[in-house]
Write a protein that binds this ligand. Structure first.
Ligand code: ADP
Length: 698
């Protein structure tokens, strides 16, 4: 085309020159023959120049352009030739074996030197061969399939193949190829990278890795499994690969877990460190830790599932050991052990909960933590938990010491029990708190003992104080009758009047009686304390006993009441068997003490002694009722304690040791009975005691 232009440029110049020459010659002829005037000649010359000169100019520009294009074409041709030379050089001398083959019959069209050297065939031999001849026979169908697969015109992802050399050796090659036009034919350029060593290394790694690898297809068939895993399971590759599904290796629970979680696995694209168990060929169990990855095709469909398998035996046995120890401790502990998570839900409650609170483990697990406490303890526990949670969330790193509190816990039967709760946070492997662990100990008995001890201490202190008061009082009580005895004895010597002498003797007798009473009380109480007092019951008629007591009571009134003061006496005999078994002496001591007090604390009215009702329960109730000063309610229990007097000012007025009621109560109890009082200040009192009777006697 360039040539045509160049040629037409020359023709155009020649035509232009011819036309110019023709016009010049024509002008000269016209001038010579027609004798043109100067003026006409000038005009003619100008017209001539206007035609000829632009024509020249156009021809010159044209020429110039043509030469430029020519030069560019020469450069391009040279570049092409250079590039062809370079590519030929690159192809021929490339250290990577390369060849060009015809797509229609797979015949080699070109091979480079590296291919000749690697495969051992000469250039001429290659020229008569096709691609299938450098493949192991078993691969030929695969190759043809692969080449015929629809694919983009020039792109082919690299593939791994086996090639056979002339000497029979097989090598692993990674083939990169792309289509090209070779002298108008459809061909392809292929490059073969020898990866035999790399593949051996990878295979070695795959097979002998310290962990298991397997690959599953979309139907969960095992399509690959490395030697490590095969060895662990005791199978050969032939027994497993394309023969078994992964589910054939799982226990029913593991199989269920896999199938239930399969959708999830596909969605997430994989899972990490999932525990499961494989069944070995010999039936034993292999605990495993699985990391699974889902491989998808370009269209998103499931291609494969690849898994890495770690033998979990050691980890599991260590954990089993630890868990077992914890279980043994927790399940056999007398104390309740519990764990809860950071959402305050129980994660463990030991069986001791049944004994401590009456709940089963399941019932306790479903309770909220503070629900099982009395309101006061619940508030205390909630506050402590809140404080501890705030502390641990604010700064989880410094581990908090466990806390110990006393809480009153509600039992299933509605009763409560005092417990000591020791509780502290449990930290995860990352150092962050994951929950809390605590121990609940029943301290009901301990608390009761402490309270008892405090009561005893207070009582001992009180008793000590009372003893001191008693001693002070006793010195007064003893001194009074002694003074009377000593004083009136002296007077007796000096007195001659018989009537006066009788009075003094009476006073001396009274003093001696009181002194005797005091000493008897003290002796009796010490015998009660040392347990020397022996009860000797005898059969006795209760009616005659009370007749005798009535007489004694009248005598006491006569003796003890100030002159002019009289008290009525009544005997209230209830319905009761007449013969009962009693220690008469002790019984009389009690009755005497009671009506002595009745007389002492009653100025007007009457003293009633009596018995019954109460016999239906095989006990007889005895009582001494007066219309005296009465006893304040807060004093009614205290007066039965030793050395205790209802009111000191009163007692001083009425005298007494403060031992009468204590002795009476102790005697009643030694005889198997009880004693109490019903009283109203200003109205009077009824002291009663109940004694068991022997029903066989009636
Ligand atoms: P006391 O020797 O002081 O009488 P008791 O042990 O017999 O010792 O009585 C203790 C206290 O009980 C008395 O000091 C008195 O305050 C009160 N008391 C006992 N009996 C009566 C009664 N019948 N009426 C009023 N108070 C009584």
């Amino acid at each position: 085309m360039g040539k045509t232009r160049f040629f037409s440029g020359k023709v155009l110049a020649a035509v232009l020159l011819g036309l110019s020459a023709f016009m010049i010659l024509g002008g000269i002829r016209i001038y010579v023959m027609s004798g043109l005037s100067n003026h006409q000649l000038e005009l003619f010359t100008i017209i001539l120049l206007l035609i000829v000169l632009p024509g020249f100019l156009v021809v010159l520009v044209w020429r110039h352009q043509e030469q430029k294009i020519l030069r560019q074409q020469e450069v391009a041709i040279e570049f092409l030739q250079n590039s062809q030379r370079r590519y030929k050089y690159l192809f021929r001398n490339n250290p990577v074996p390369m060849w060009i083959y015809r797509v229609s019959d797979l015949k080699f069209l070109e091979v480079n030197q590296a291919a000749i050297e690697k495969y051992g065939y000469s250039k001429n031999e290659f020229a008569s061969m096709d691609l299938t001849q450098i493949r192991p026979p078993s691969d030929i169908d695969l190759v043809i399939d692969e080449i015929n697969k629809p694919r983009p015109e020039y792109y082919r992802p690299p593939g791994l193949w086996k090639h056979q050399l002339r000497d029979g050796r097989t090598i692993e090659v990674e083939i990169h190829s792309h289509r090209l036009d070779y002298n108008g034919e459809k061909a392809a350029l292929a490059m073969a990278y020898d990866v035999t060593e790399r593949e051996t290394e990878v295979k070695d790694l795959w097979d002998n890795a310290p962990c298991g690898y397997h690959t599953l297809d979309s139907e969960l068939n095992i399509v690959r499994m490395n030697n490590t895993e095969l060895q662990w399971l005791g199978y050969s590759a032939d027994e497993v690969v394309n023969k078994m599904k992964i589910t054939d290796l799982l226990l029913p629970a593991g199989k269920r877990n896999l199938l239930e979680g399969f959708e999830n696995l596909l969605q997430q694209g994989g899972v990490k460190d999932i525990e499961n168990e494989f069944i070995r060929k010999d039936g034993s169990i292999l605990p495993v830790l699985l990391t699974v990855k889902v491989i998808r095709n370009q269209d998103g469909s499931l291609a494969q599932i690849r898994a890495t398998v770690v033998d979990n035996t050691i980890l599991r046995s260590a954990r089993y050991d630890r868990d077992e120890k914890f279980r043994m401790v927790a399940e056999n502990s007398f104390d309740e052990i519990f764990m809860f998570d950071m959402s305050l839900n129980y994660t463990y409650v030991s069986p001791a909960v049944l004994k401590l609170r009456g709940y089963t483990v399941e019932e306790a697990m479903n309770q909220s933590i503070t629900a099982g406490m009395t309101p006061a303890s619940g508030i205390l526990a909630s506050r402590l938990i809140r404080e501890q949670m705030e502390l641990v969330y604010a700064n989880p790193l410094p581990r908090l010491d466990p806390i110990t509190i006393e809480l009153e816990i509600l039992c299933k039967d509605g009763s409560t029990v005092w417990t000591e709760v020791k509780c502290g946070f449990v930290y995860g492997i990352d150092g962050k708190p994951i929950g809390a662990l605590g121990i609940i100990r029943d301290i009901g008995e301990r608390k009761h003992m402490v309270e008892e001890l405090i009561r005893s201490r207070d009582k001992a202190e009180e008793s000590d104080r009372l003893k001191s008061a008693f001693l002070a009082n006793m010195s007064h009580e003893i001194r009074t009758p002694l003074n009377a005895i000593v004083g009136f004895s002296d007077l007796l010597n000096q007195e001659n009047d018989p009537a006066e002498k009788d009075k003094y003797v009476g006073a001396i007798n009274n003093g001696a009686d009181l002194l005797l009473q005091i000493l008897e009380d003290i002796l009796l109480i010490s015998r009660i304390d040392t347990g020397e007092l022996i009860i000797r019951p005898v059969s006795i008629s209760i009616s005659s006993l009370f007749s005798e007591l009535e007489k004694q009571l009248r005598a006491t009134i006569l003796k003890k009441c100030p002159e002019g003061q009289t008290l009525a006496v009544a005997v209230d005999k209830g319905k009761c068997p007449d013969i009962i078994s009693l220690d008469e002496t002790r019984f009389k001591i009690i009755m005497n003490n009671l009506f002595d007090n009745g007389v002492k604390f009653t100025s007007t009215g009457k003293i009633t002694i009596g018995y019954g009702p109460g016999c239906a329960r095989n006990v007889v109730r005895f009582f001494v009722r007066d219309t005296g000063i009465g006893i304040r309610e807060d004093q009614q229990e205290l007066i039965f304690e030793r050395f205790r007097k209802g009111d000191h000012s009163l007692s001083r007025r009425f005298g007494g040791t403060g031992l009468g009621l204590a002795i009476s109560k102790s005697l009643a109890e030694i005889m198997g009975g009880t004693m109490g009082v019903i009283s109203k200040v200003g109205k009077g009192s009824e002291f009663w005691f109940e004694l068991p009777v022997d029903p066989n006697l009636n």
